[in-house]
Ligand binder design. Structure first.
Ligand code: BG6
Ligand code: MG
Length: 952
């Protein structure tokens, strides 16, 4: 099996002193000798602060406030340098630190470039002495740069010399100043030394070089999603991919200063408003990131000339989005370094922070910065909000908006402060975007930092959203860096439970972490009235509506790692159950039917008509809202799975069983008696290329399961609480006759399967449809439905996504190997893998892993992993693919690890793709935290207490 060859780093930049050789010790000895001569106390501890910093800065630190004339300074520095040079005179390869040569060799043979970036002016001599110049592609030293660490210049220069963008470089450093410089350059920061020295600033800390391998470095890069160069054509894709959030809101990664053609959006859960065609949609909320910079009259934007060293990175570990670039405004001698970082806090979901720093590297600049809460926003052209009230003064601003039809209110408040330089701040009460205006004059070497804190509340949170936002913004601002610290520890806590570690395959590792991050930020930790939309909170696609994506694809991740959130998501189905009742009623059936697309009320909100992508003057009838019925059983399946894993009896008793029974009533009414059997006609199965089909196997199988489970659960409820069970029977009109009918339907519902070869027929007549000649379409760039047309696809045996195969996965232990094999063989060849549904690849990966087809499993897995990170379907711009992300987690955990839960115990049957050396993850089983740690070597299956061996 060929492993993924995708890598996220092209160069490793090494600091020299203290990293490759212990000349850091010589620097100390030299300063110590000087200090002793001058009678200045100087200890090893004092020396810690001198690590990595320039000669002059070192002297100033050593002087601890004592003053010298410039001539004395020069004489002292020369003297120290003399001592130092005496010591390095005899430097040889024997002075290389252990591990240096093996690591350099490893990097070279992997084809990555190597640079040395040292603040020392003696670096070339030391390198010559060490005899390792042949290993390096570039050497940048203290003679070539003006600004010492923690400025990023040394490393950025090294990246220039290597011709590699900063975002694709890692730095290995022993000094805090160097780690800060690497961070400032937007590079991956690898620290050598004790953890305490780096205060959490590094991406990875190891004690010394001998414990560092290239694989540790590249694995550390899997916590960052990096945009290493600015490509205007791909901005909307990155806006989705780098979406940040905290489960209360999601914000697309548009730039603070905006960019033509971008699609700014902040989606707040539950903020629905009416919309034509799609009934209702999540409303785009005011842009809290808004901040514009003008320098000597020139407005900064990514369109401006003179931008270099661009890098943007989303740190999945902390949820912080960072951007760095250098800007030289045209026709000026000004050079500025701009840094932007922002975060919605996971610890306080109502709080966000934006931090912008401007460093004047050269020239002098008149800065004019405006920062606001910008309510001039829309939902792809549709205006939902009007401003009720706005205020701004020199520190605080707020805006209160209301949705036009649903009359929900949202308030945002912001607080702006500046530091590092004198500024004049004034109010900027622009209509619809209140905020502040900041003026400052920066000379060379000066910097300005702007901190913006924003809080947000809606009328769903409190009756007084404005008061809540205003009072909390002051508090959050007064607490200073608490917002960062609390956010970091909230994420730490989350990752302790939710991280999936894949060693040996960085692409898979990054993809699963990105998926887990995006899933987490889509889910409210407290709100039972909201769910997760198909595109999460990351874009306008599907308008914030929830599909079966949530219950079948996304929910398992939460059930296993964040059961409390999973419960909320199922409670959403309960709180919208009235809508489900209406959906059944409207089609003349009893019971309750979940909406194919669900929003605030649970009523069906699938748009019945949409514009034809081929001809916008034509409308196409969209049928899932009428006949894609399986979602009703999918939700029952999700409830059951939640209960199996959590044993939350209280939920099952009060909400789960009532929902499963009332939806069973719908199925009993919907199933059509036909002589000696029952049919369910005129439906759409998971494979939406075929509509108006009869007896879809997936649907019927789930209906049968649903009815039998309903009976089982009704008995369970009776035992738990007979009064409640009787009351429910009464409410739903259930009696022995009704139960007997459920059994009868379950017994005699059509399941189309060839008894000889165990092949299911996806629906009646599927096998009679025309075959596609696949070689004709090998190099296509669009879906088979677009190529063949809606009718054309319908007439062919071509699947948009797994239908029978997902059924095999969901009920995996009920099928024998022959059933798996026949159905896999048949359907896998007839599926539109590349441009059909994004829901497919992860499920195919899981299925193939079940069957031990590891090459195929890995191929499908990578296709799922690349859905958003490489935008291989070309539609990430509309938002990330939540179901694919949830499916990716299932492919890893259920597929490759083979995790199964049964009767309160679990087992694994690992079958890891060849490149994976190790797979580790955690989950909760009945409230107990479990750890699964699997290695590529054939090891016996792990099993929780008191089960005997693995189930397979
Ligand atoms: C860095 C060292 O590499 O170079 C510092 O870590 C030192 O301790 C700096 O001050 C400057 O070195 P030099 O040799 O130019 O004085
Ligand atoms: Mg050093």
């Amino acid at each position: 099996m060929q492993g993924s060859t995708k890598r996220f780093l092209d160069a490793i930049i090494f600091d020299l002193d203290g990293v490759l050789t212990d000349t850091a010790e010589y620097h100390f000895q030299a300063w110590k000798r000087l200090a002793d001569e001058e009678g200045i106390p100087f200890t090893r501890e004092d020396n810690e602060h001198l690590r990595g910093v320039s000669r002059r800065e070192s002297l100033l630190l050593l002087l601890k406030g004592r003053t010298l004339t410039e001539d004395q300074m020069v004489e002292w520095m020369d003297r120290k340098n003399g001592y130092y040079r005496e010591m390095i005179h005899n430097v040889s390869s024997a002075d290389l630190l252990p591990g240096a040569i093996p690591l350099l060799n490893e990097i070279r043979s992997a084809g990555l470039k190597i640079a040395i970036a040292s603040a020392s002016r003696n670096a070339q001599d030391v390198m010559n002495g060490l005899g390792i110049m042949d290993y390096v592609d570039a050497l940048i030293d203290g003679n070539q740069i003006a600004r010492a660490k923690p400025a990023p210049d040394l490393f950025v220069e090294a990246a220039h010399a290597l011709d590699i963008p900063p975002g694709r470089c890692a730095v290995v450093e022993d000094a805090l100043a160097g780690i800060e410089a690497a961070n400032a350059a937007g590079m991956l920061a690898i620290a050598l030394g004790p953890e305490e020295r780096f205060g959490g600033a590094a991406n990875l800390v190891v004690p010394d070089l001998s414990s560092l391998h290239l694989s540790n470095i590249t694995h550390a890069a899997t916590w960052r999603v990096v945009e290493d160069h600015f490509d205007p054509e791909r901005q909307r894709t990155y806006e989705s991919m780098l979406t940040q959030g905290n489960g209360y809101l999601g914000t697309r990664a548009t730039f603070e200063e905006r960019n033509p053609g971008d699609q700014q959006a902040t989606m707040v859960h539950g903020l629905w408003d009416d919309a034509p065609i799609v009934f209702t949609e999540l409303v785009n909320s005011p842009d809290w990131t808004d901040l514009a910079i003008t320098v000597n009259g020139q407005r900064f934007s990514m369109q401006a000339a003179g931008i270099s060293d661009y890098v943007r990175a989303l740190d999945l570990r902390t949820g912080v989005l960072f951007r760095r670039l250098r800007w030289q405004p045209k026709e000026s001698d000004i050079v500025l370094d701009l840094y932007f970082s922002r975060l919605p806090s996971l610890a306080d979901p109502h709080a966000m922070a934006v931090n912008v720093r401007v460093d004047c590297v050269r020239g002098s600049a008149d800065l004019n910065i405006t920062t606001s809460l910008n309510a001039h926003i829309d939902n792809t052209g549709l205006l939902h909000l009007h401003v009720i009230e706005q205020v701004s003064d020199a520190e605080i601003a707020f805006v209160l908006v209301e949705t036009r039809t649903s009359q929900k209110r949202l308030a945002m408040a912001m607080h702006t402060t500046t530091s590092d330089h004198e500024t004049v701040i004034s109010e900027n009460d622009c209509p619809g975007c209140p905020g502040q205006r900041i003026r400052a004059h920066l000379n060379q070497g000066e910097a300005l930092t702007v901190d913006k804190i924003v809080t947000v509340y809606t009328s769903r949170d409190t009756d007084q959203p404005l008061q809540a936002a205003r009072s909390s913004v002051r508090q959050v601002a007064a607490e200073g860096s608490t917002i960062l610290l609390a956010n970091t520890s909230a994420w730490e806590e989350f990752w302790r439970d939710a991280d999936v570690i894949i060693e040996g395959d960085d692409e898979s590792q990054l993809a699963i972490r990105h998926a887990v991050y995006q899933l987490r930020i889509a889910a409210s930790s407290t709100d039972e009235y909201v769910s997760i939309a198909a595109k999460t909170l990351s874009g306008f696609g599907y308008r914030g509506h929830a599909f079966w994506d949530t219950d079948i694809f996304i929910l398992p991740f939460f059930i296993f790692t964040q059961p409390r959130i999973a419960r909320n998501m199922l409670m959403y189905r309960w709180h919208t159950f009235e809508g489900a009742r209406r959906n059944a009623q409207q089609q003349g059936f009893r019971g309750a039917r979940f909406a194919w697309e669900s929003a605030e009320t649970g009523d069906e909100v699938t748009p019945p008509w949409v514009a034809d992508p081929k001809d916008p003057h034509k409308l196409i009838r969209i049928w899932p809202g009428d006949i894609e019925l399986h979602i009703t059983a999918d939700v029952a399946y999700a409830i059951w799975q939640y209960w199996q894993v959590t044993s939350d009896d209280e939920f099952m008793r009060d909400y789960g069983v009532p929902m499963i029974l009332e939806t069973a009533v719908y199925w009993a009414d919907r199933a059509e008696p036909e002589g000696d059997h029952y049919s369910i006609r005129d439906v759409i199965g998971p494979d939406e290329y075929h509509d108006h089909v009869d007896n879809n196997v997936y649907t019927n199988w789930l209906v049968r399961w649903h009815l039998l489970k309903a009976l089982e659960l009704r008995d369970w409820l009776y035992q738990q609480d007979s009064e409640k069970a009787k009351a429910l029977d009464k409410q739903l009109g259930l009696d022995e006759e009704a139960f007997a009918q459920w059994v009868d339907i379950a017994d005699r519902l059509v399941i189309l399967q060839d008894p000889q070869i165990a092949l299911f027929e996806q629906f009646e007549g599927f096998f009679k449809r025309k075959e596609v000649n696949w070689p004709d379409y090998e190099n296509r760039t669009k879906s088979m439905q677009l190529i063949l047309g809606i009718e054309g696809a319908n007439e062919h045996q071509v699947l948009k996504q797994p239908d029978v195969i997902i059924l095999l996965c969901l009920f995996r232990d009920q099928f024998d190997p022959q059933t798996w094999q026949s159905n896999w063989d048949y359907y896998i060849l007839r599926t539109d893998h590349s441009y059909g549904s994004s829901l497919g690849p992860a499920i195919h990966a899981w299925a193939a892993a079940e069957m031990g087809l590891l090459d195929a499993a890995y191929e499908h897995f990578l296709r799922a992993a690349r859905t958003d990170l490489m935008d291989i379907r070309g539609n990430t711009a509309e938002g990330v693919h939540g179901a694919s992300m949830g499916g990716l987690w299932q492919a890893v955990v259920f597929g490759f690890a083979g995790l199964r839960v049964k009767d309160g115990t679990y087992s694994t049957s690992p079958r890891l793709p060849a490149p994976w050396k190790r797979l580790t993850f955690h989950f909760y089983l009945r409230g107990e935290r479990q750890t699964v740690d699997l290695h590529q070597e054939p090891v016996p299956s792990t099993t929780s207490n008191n089960t005997a061996g693995s189930t397979r």
